[in-house]
Write a protein that binds this ligand. Sequence first.
Ligand code: FPP
Ligand code: MG
Length: 303
Amino acid sequence: MSALATVQAAPGLDTYLEELEDRLAIAVAARPGLVAEIGTEALASGGKRLRPLLVFLTADPEAGSPVAAGVAIELVHMASLVHDDLIDGAELRRGRASVWSAYGAGAARAGGVYLFARAFAELAETGDGGAVAILADAALALVRGEGLERNQRHRPETSVEEYLNRCTLKTAKLFEAACLLSSRRPELGEFGLALGIAFQIVDDCLDCAGQTVETGKIAGTDLREGIPTLPLLLAAREDALVRQALAGGSLEGALLRVAASGAIEEARQVARNYAERALACLDGLEARDELEAIAEAVVDRTA
Ligand code: FPP
Ligand code: MG
């Protein structure tokens, strides 16, 4: 069975995903107006729903429905992307105009805050204070991660450790939260954390070499913005032209030099190592096959 088929065959998944989409649509439409329109538009653009999937696959079967947690985590993710595209000056998301480029910067700011607020409203309704605390912790990490990214901008001397710390905060903590919200099992949280780092490294590789028709994004944004990602850092160690481009110099030919340097393959290997580390957290756990399949899909993805 392919990795995807293994996940799709998980009992109850179809019903969960249908309910998730319905509840997401209701959640973003809760306060009609421009921000609801932005939310509806962001929802319609799709997305892998990877974090809600992790909520479902790690959920304690004895606990209540994981749908509210899935909705809340996807809304925080959507909110962060709306703001991230504004910060990164990214014009495309999922093959469509990003929110700021379609509606303007002010509307994107307000839309992101609205989605963020709706996320916590959905989770608070469950009365599960522990879940709210887990998501609040992850949301704070997102902001700290984004702050680190700002500090590391145009710094080709950023260490791999500093980069990994940024990945942990801006991406992996939300994966960790997805795996903890309905399970409260630390080993599943650790799985999510390692998987999230693998996910971000692959994302950063796709930014160097991904195809817009697959990723729905324009490649080269990180280099243009001077964001020291793992493939760029590794290439910059060997190549003065890439180092200068990352520091804010000319971009001419730099992305081609990154591709030719072998740094993207090297970074992908680091991502595979993190996926292995994630899998090691699952020893003896149920739903292992599906989570293993997700880890495989994360490191092999092209979109
Ligand atoms: C995508 O990174 C961005 C994130 C994972 C986090 C962004 C976080 C914020 C903007 C702060 C928090 C804001 C809210 C509203 C919670 P990327 O640019 O590497 O990925 P990309 O290629 O998909 O754009
Ligand atoms: Mg971005």
